[in-house]
Design a protein around this ligand. Sequence first.
Ligand SMILES: *Cc1c(COP(=O)(O)O)cnc(C)c1O
Length: 434
Amino acid sequence: MHVEGKTEKNSINKYRALNMFDPQVSRAIEAEVKRQQDKIILIASENYVSQAVLQAQGSVLTNKYAEGYPGARYYGGCEYVDVVEEIARTRAAALFGAEHVNVQPHAGAVANLAVFLSVLKPGDRVLGMGLDHGGHLTHGSPANISGKYYESFSYKVDPRTGYLDMDEVRKVAHRVSPRMIIAGASSYPRIIDFAAFSQIAREVDALLLVDMAHIAGMVAAGLHPSPVSHAHFVTTTTHKTLRGPRGGMILCRSEFARAVDKAVFPGIQGGPLMHIIAAKAVAFKEAQTDDFYRYQEQILKNARALAQHLKELGFDLVSGGTDNHLVLLDLRGKGVTGREAELLLDELGITTNKNAIPDDPQNRMVTSGIRLGSPAVTSRGMQEAEMKQIADLINRAIEGRDDRRILARVKREVKNLCAAFPVYPKRLSDICGV
Ligand SMILES: *Cc1c(COP(=O)(O)O)cnc(C)c1O
């Protein structure tokens, strides 16, 4: 943008478009657009947002300070961002049937920390799913504040079945007597019994936090049981299956509304990211559509198809299959580690992540598994037939890892498959690229 005039010298208008002003950053973004187009993204926590979400999060709302909440801000000029945040809160409350919503957490990790801060004292006991059994860092890992400032304990999946064993969870809960129990996972392919967690929490007089970061999209569509009526608090990210901007959110019962709001601001954060909150509002509107319902349905069909074909090709799946959007492969039978498979596949254009399997004999940087998810490929329109093809490509790559000719052929097929499913229309990829 170039504007002639007296004020030009000190005006923001003197700055040119990104590709003109900063070709280094611009080129890296362009390359990333191409990577997202040219690779099969099977990272279970990633997705592609819509044009509308991109526009909202790229908007001038980034300029606005709005510490506080709608109607009670510490800055003037909040009349329009108030509208935006109110829309976001109202839509999220309707979408999930929640009594109170806080849409300000910058990330899922902050949402979890805010819940801790709202009702726990440092040193209180928390009980979450073990990190190497599918849980998340923020559920009490010693590396995270949740495990440093609180006394944390973990429950595990049954290593034989790969399923959560609720009797085991109950036993640990009764032994530990935690102040808060955390349910929810980052790599658990099965449905979590929120009612059973709620029952156990009542037995030991604990609060229940459900972190639905991975499954929020399916919960919104009614295709996965909702934790909202069972838990005191529900946290989520907005950028995984929910397909909104990168961010977090807290749903809670009205009795905790004030404590939660105070924990987010001023407890942890300063000014909210109003451009991101606008994009969250847009994503929640998208999530109310029939299209979104069909999208979530297809995520589930695709994950099931991927799981079934991989099984037919001789892969071992933790828990033997999937009820949701993700598949956890135990690669020991194929003679490769998680790290080797991740590197090999990414080289060929299939992006996955190494992932611990329950009681993994390898360390965290190596692992024996990879995690696969269907949300991103489903967003670009792929269906069951493509899942079969992807399972086949993964198998040929791993089986043929020492044969350059096989690998070259796999790479070519990946490229063709991606070309047949464009992520963003040409004009839009120009916009996100430069
Ligand atoms: C992804 C995830 C988070 C963290 O979200 P960030 O936005 O990366 O901080 C928290 N909990 C679970 C279960 C997750 O899967």
